[in-house]
Write a protein that binds this ligand. Structure first.
Ligand code: WQD
Length: 339
């Protein structure tokens, strides 16, 4: 029997590419859709090298309904879809809100419609801890009340979750789980794929690796006057390999459950908080490399602390993070050197 096909939108992106490999290794066939707006073909080559297989790739835009429908028609029986294709830069979303709403929300609606036409029922949605806004209590659980999202990007993730929930409630055959990622870091241990930030990276670890590599002169630590033990912000850094496994486990779970329509959301983090200063120290220690940094002002929209309660992932999916932050930072550096 052939492998079950899973559409992976944004499959050439940072998270999508690692998930495509995890799917292949779990016995599925990833069908990648990507428009390469924030990736490069070398990532597809990396996936091929790691799996030792050719990759099915449909190059195009998920905000194009006809294109998506054609992909599903061409592929025949598709068992599930994982939706990563979206804009993801928090800061940029303030400057281009309409582009963010159009692309992130439009592509989700088009994907669900294309899935319905081809009787594909299982959807794993790439969501974010940003849906919680600034929570009152930590660690944050899936039942924590959702506050105002702190950016147009965050709004799109809240709205997309609602859209999926309403679609499932309407009775259409759709089983879906939104995975709410905390802070994904690291790279495939082979250093054949990893994050490819175009231009100035926004996230902490790519800024650290680029500074260590001499691409950037220094890292600015955004604020050391927060209400945290060492006064720098605390986040829950989840390794990309662990995150990829969580997607496979979610798909297996969706395939197994009996309901015809359902929606749920699950946190994907480690449950541990690490401060910016701790990440910086761990990176330098584990890789034996120096990172120039200065202390700067707080960044607009940052909250002091955010980390996950991850009991639901363990209970429902049987998934738990395995990588230590040191391993993740080692792989991130290995990838930077390969670049
Ligand atoms: C982490 C910490 C910064 C850069 C964002 C999104 C979230 C998710 C992940 C998904 C913060 C500090 C950073 C720098 C620094 N995105 N920092 N200097 O803001 O927690 O989450 O990315 O697609 O939805 O909101 O992640 O990596 O930007 O920052 O001091 O140059 O590092 O202040 O405390 P964040 P981040």
């Amino acid at each position: 029997m052939g492998r079950k096909k899973i559409v992976v939108t944004g499959g050439a992106g940072y998270i999508g590419s690692h998930v495509a490999i995890a799917l292949w290794q779990a016995g599925y066939e990833p069908i990648i859709i990507d428009n390469f707006s924030n990736s490069e073909h070398r990532i597809i080559d990396g996936i091929k090298s790691i799996t030792g297989q050719d990759v099915v790739l449909h190059e195009g835009d998920c905000a194009d309904q006809d294109f998506l429908i054609k992909v599903f028609e061409k592929e025949g029986v598709v068992v599930g879809a994982m939706h990563f294709a979206a804009f993801k830069a928090v800061g940029e979303s303030f400057d281009k809100p309409l582009e963010y709403y159009h692309n992130n929300i439009g592509s989700l609606i088009f994907l669900i419609k294309a899935m319905q036409e081809s009787q594909c029922r299982n959807l794993v949605f790439s969501s974010s801890a940003t849906v919680y806004g600034e929570p009152d209590e930590l660690p944050v659980t899936e039942l924590s009340p959702q506050k105002l999202a702190l950016s147009p990007y965050g709004n799109t993730k809240q709205i997309c979750e609602k859209i999926i929930e309403d679609a499932a409630k309407s009775g259409m055959p759709l089983k879906s789980i939104a995975l709410r990622y905390f802070n994904p870091i690291g790279a495939h241990p082979s250093a054949l794929i990893g994050e490819l930030p175009l231009g100035m990276p926004n996230n902490l670890v790519p800024v650290i690796t680029q500074t260590a590599a001499g691409i950037r002169e220094k890292l600015t630590v955004f604020g050391n006057d927060y209400d945290t033990p060492d006064k720098t912000c605390v986040r829950d850094y989840i390794d990309i390999m662990d995150l990829a496994e969580a997607h496979v486990d979610t798909l297996v779970y969706l395939e197994r459950i009996k309901e015809d329509n359902c929606f749920d959301a699950i946190n994907v983090g480690t449950g541990q908080g690490h401060s910016v200063a701790e990440v910086l120290e761990a990176f330098q220690r584990i890789n034996n490399v120096k990172v120039n940094f200065v202390i700067g002002k707080r960044r607009f929209g940052d909250i002091a602390k955010l980390y996950a309660n991850v009991k639901k992932a363990e209970l429902v999916l049987g998934w738990k993070a395995k990588y230590t932050i040191e391993e993740s930072l080692k792989n991130a550096w290995k990838w930077q050197l390969a670049l």
